[in-house]
Design a protein around this ligand. Structure first.
Ligand SMILES: Cc1cc2nc3c(=O)[nH]c(=O)nc-3n(C[C@H](O)[C@H](O)[C@H](O)COP(=O)(O)OP(=O)(O)OC[C@H]3O[C@@H](n4cnc5c(N)ncnc54)[C@H](O)[C@@H]3O)c2cc1C
Ligand code: FES
Ligand code: FES
Length: 491
């Protein structure tokens, strides 16, 4: 079936559902609580931090129905098109409580109960999807986006471990998968007196739509845009969602480069980025929470242009190009040329980011990246440093160094790169000059995350840490967590 439909179509625990005429900025949480009066899903922070609003979305991937947890407070209603939506109301069945709910009861995992629906939904997706055996660290990662203020996490983690000690029951999903796989060719265009929610199915339609409406807001995962609505009360009226555009989520893993479509989620990108370097994998593991990584996209993180976004410094250090499209016109630019000034990017109205092209490491190159934030999990960086060194024996013959949190944009450190090039790994006394060059590159700001002096000190220390690690080839002296499984020692 082709053409355009004026409704979003999704499944509610397997039941087909259509909604039309909604305001384009309606969040999924408002729809559930205010329109459907399904109030089991709670609102805590309304900014993706506390997890009280967690629901599960199932989508067909490689012929399987895969469920991920998402924050309903910042997800737009239109974004559930094509998905199977499960909320806390859907888990208990004729056979009684779901195993995760039963384990929460058995292990006393709930007191006031406000966080409990969100925690149960996060654990439901863990129980469904996690390969067995499930260990304590996996459970901690799964709960990084769920706050509980009264029970304490030990009973909740115990409940998770107990529930995940058994395999999930198979879903009777074949018929549902067949129905969900259909109707992907149709464009979606839901009109409202104030504007529209559009979800084109093809890149051609997307390009045409954005030329026609250059003032429309592009939404990918909505983990940034959602907050403009809930916290900034932004009166967005024309929304173009990229999540249904065929091919925009493609991944090409070539021997010397990784190509990520703009709508590839952080969760999907993680193993591919970790394949370039374990530090990138660790960075992505600490990117927001499972919920944020399930919705947030690579393209959104870059297009947003935040000076404290985590991907940009890492990709600047690796070497990365962007492919942008406006109408029929395609162009490629280096990532460093995309960021012009604070929140100002080289992107024309009606233009969109379609693909990110990332260089992989050559055999003589070593990469390190470090995120420094106030909390280990679910926090934005105060400073993020990324380093790529090309070695000839024990001498650095080339490098790319980039920082986040040190300027109005994610930025390469040109003077420092110059000072590092030519250094010997055996002469640490000379490293000080390179560290001093950071003063030429950055005049950091003071804000609620850190003082300028703190940022300066951390930036120097991160460079020193990277140099120490590649000089010694080990991470025991420099890390508390994230020890590298494969150590790359310079010869
Ligand atoms: C609780 C929480 C924790 C977070 N933690 C982190 C973190 O640890 N590290 C970090 O870096 N960020 C973090 N973020 C920020 C956010 O998750 C990321 O920036 C994310 O990658 C944004 O992607 P998105 O797809 O959700 O973008 P959206 O919110 O959909 O869009 C973001 C911006 O990019 C534009 N845009 C999106 N896609 C395109 C495109 N293809 N072409 C042109 N423009 C486009 C949108 O118009 C908008 O201006 C966090 C956010 C939350 C709510
Ligand atoms: S209400 Fe806190 S994450 Fe949604
Ligand atoms: S049980 Fe009260 S916040 Fe978790």
């Amino acid at each position: 079936m082709t053409g355009e439909r004026a409704t979003i179509r999704f499944w509610r625990n397997g039941r087909p559902t259509e909604v039309d005429g909604f305001h384009p900025r309606t969040t999924l949480l408002d729809y559930l609580r205010l329109s459907e009066r399904q109030v089991g899903t709670k609102e805590g922070c309304a900014e993706g931090d506390c997890g009280a609003c967690t629901v599960a979305l199932g989508r067909v991937r490689d012929g399987r129905l895969v469920y991920e947890p998402v924050n309903a407070c910042i997800l737009l209603l239109g974004q559930i098109d094509g998905a199977d939506l499960l909320t806390i109301e859907d888990l208990a069945g004729a056979g009684g409580l779901h195993p995760v709910q039963q384990a929460m009861v058995d292990h006393h995992g709930s007191q006031c109960g406000f966080c409990t629906p969100g925690i149960v939904m996060s654990l439901f997706t863990l129980h469904r999807e996690a390969p067995r055996p499930v260990g304590r660290e996996t459970v901690s990662d799964a709960l990084a986006g769920n706050l509980c203020r009264c029970t304490g996490y030990r009973p909740i983690v115990d409940a998770a471990l107990a529930a995940c000690s058994s395999a999930p029951e198979p879903l009777p999903a074949d018929a549902l998968i067949a129905r969900m796989s259909g109707a992907r060719e149709q464009d979606v265009f839901v009109r409202h007196p104030d504007g529209f929610f559009a979800a084109p199915a093809s890149e051609e339609r997307l390009a045409a739509l954005l030329v026609e409406h250059p003032d429309a807001t592009i939404v990918s995962g909505s983990t940034d845009v959602g907050l403009w609505i809930t916290k900034g009360l932004a009166p967005l009226s024309k929304i173009v969602w990229l999540g249904r555009v065929k091919g925009l989520d493609a991944i090409e893993n070539e021997p010397d480069r990784l190509l990520l479509g703009a709508t590839v989620s952080h969760a999907t990108a993680l193993p591919f980025l970790a394949g370039i370097d374990p530090d990138l994998g660790e960075l992505m593991r600490r990117f927001g929470s499972v919920q944020v990584r399930a919705s947030g996209t690579v393209g959104g993180n870059i297009a947003n242009g935040s000076p404290i976004g985590d991907l940009a410094p890492a990709l600047l250090a690796l070497g990365c190009r962007l492919e942008l499209r406006r109408g029929e016109a395609l162009r490629r630019i280096a990532l460093e040329d995309f960021f012009i000034a604070y929140r100002q990017q080289d992107r024309q109205p009606g233009e969109f980011l379609r693909r990110v092209e990332i260089d992989k490491l050559s055999p003589n190159e070593i990469f390190r990246c470090f995120k420094v934030s106030k909390r280990f999990d679910e926090d934005i960086s105060a400073v993020m440093g990324a380093f790529k060194f090309a070695l000839d024996g024990r001498r650095i013959v080339g490098c790319r160094i980039a920082y986040g949190g040190m300027a109005g944009i994610p930025k390469r450190a040109a003077a420092t790169e110059h000072a590092v090039t030519g250094l010997s790994l055996d002469e640490p006394t000379h490293w000080r000059n390179a560290e001093a060059a950071l003063e030429e590159d950055f005049q950091p700001m003071r804000d609620h995350r850190a003082t300028a002096e703190y940022r300066r000190t951390v930036a120097r220390n991160l460079l020193r840490k990277a140099l120490m690690e590649i000089a010694s080839g080990e991470t025991d002296a420099t890390r508390i967590t994230g020890h590298r499984p494969v150590l790359q020692a310079a010869e």
